[in-house]
Design a protein around this ligand. Sequence first.
Ligand code: FRU
Length: 532
Amino acid sequence: MTSSPSPVSFGEEAYRPQIHYTAAETWINDPNGLVYADGLYHLFFQNNPYGTNHANMSWGHAVSTDLVHWNDRPVAILCDDEEQIFSGSIVVDEGNTSGFGAPGSSPLVAIYTSAYAEDSAHHGIQAQSLAFSLDGGETWTKHEGNPVLDRGSRDFRDPKVFRYSGPDGSYWVMVAVEAVERKAVLYRSDDLRNWTHLSDFEATTKVGLIWECPDLFPLAVDGDPENVKWVLIINLHREDGEGGSAGVYFLGDFDGTTFASVGVGASADDGGAPAAEYGWLDFGRDYYATVSFNSAPDDRRILVGWMNNWDYARSLPTSPWRGSMALPREATLRTRAGRVVLEQRVVPGLEASGLPRSLGLLDVPEGVRALPLECREIPCLIEATFDAGSASEFGLVLLQPGEGQPGEGRSGEGRSAEEGARLCYDVERGELALDRRFSGNTELHPLFSSIERAPVALIGDRLRLEIYLDAGSIEVFAQGGQVTFAEQVFPDPSSTGVSVYAVGGTAQLVALTVTPLKPAPVVRERESAHAV
Ligand code: FRU
């Protein structure tokens, strides 16, 4: 009953993502210096240019016109004996406030963390430094007066700088972290070289073991420019055993000096009482160091996360690269059931590579039922709508041993009938879970096997899921992006089957569509040298 003729093939590089950015043959972690300039989206990132482990931190570089197709560029800012180049941001310095460019020009200025090495007089300290580019981001010069902001701290890092305009004029604002103190620190500057402390932000209830990679930006609630809220993103390590790397967001007001949190999910109906102090950015295990682009067109707020988790990042079974970015997402603030929440959708631009295959209305009685449709083409987009019906639990099982592999698929060594990545909706709890405990290779690290849960309300008894399946990952957007999960999975390449299931009654699969997506392989530096 399978309508796709060719079996899935990952080629020689098992798990090489087809629609996610990866370096050709090196290690990457955090996205850095996300900036849109002169028609190009620049993705810089933490990169070890010499290997596949976290070392020699430098800034790698790729560019894109559409956030789908990426071209590798040469390493932008290289570590040396004195410092590693830790995370940070880039601004388009309009009007040349820094003086790094010619009068009236707009140089790109990177603000990064110098993590000083043994050979440095600042050994053990983390401080903020500058580098600039006068050729659109291709080549970078470190500022001679580095560092420009030094608190004498060992854990002061990850500066995000943006242009702020308010009643007192326009200036640069930096939000960075005192990682161990779990504190966001804010500074201002007129020239990017001299910084004055503005304020600190701490959560009322301590969250995470350390804070990293903050971001602060305004968003119009429901697109209404008269109703702007500020979003403070904090990436953090959760308490041991709680899932490792994750991200939260605070909502509030920023007056140019202080960020005042008002809580997440404030409701007009109950006198504005917030539901929580912060919200989770994503409920999966692999969405970290997420920050947004500066200067994106039309005030869009586009986020990129590292699709990984420090718990096991060094143990990924991929070769010769390690680490990938999550799909770029557009963030919006929406009022849902009277509450303001952050939503995320994949930035449009991925194209279908063939006709969508659909199933119509189908009863899902108690038990597991294999669907007459497989996900043989990777990458693909799966769109599913369920009606809870009388079931107490229902869901979807992906990456199951496919029909094409009867014997060895279900009973072969190391494979079991339970195999698959499960999306489980618990009606009573109002909870969606992503269970990757049987999703293939989970042995890569003791902390990899996981089941993660998120509160999700049905809308008119229905659950709507959009799922992007690529080699090595699954990204789930529930109820139009109200709740998301980004996770890595390392299934057997032949596990392409899809099942639905219900418990305690009959649910309905209202519709299910699988759309094969066009691979967008990264154009590598070697190949692009002649083309660009
Ligand atoms: C977050 C992080 C940052 C740091 C960078 C080093 O993943 O630990 O705090 O700047 O990675 O690579």
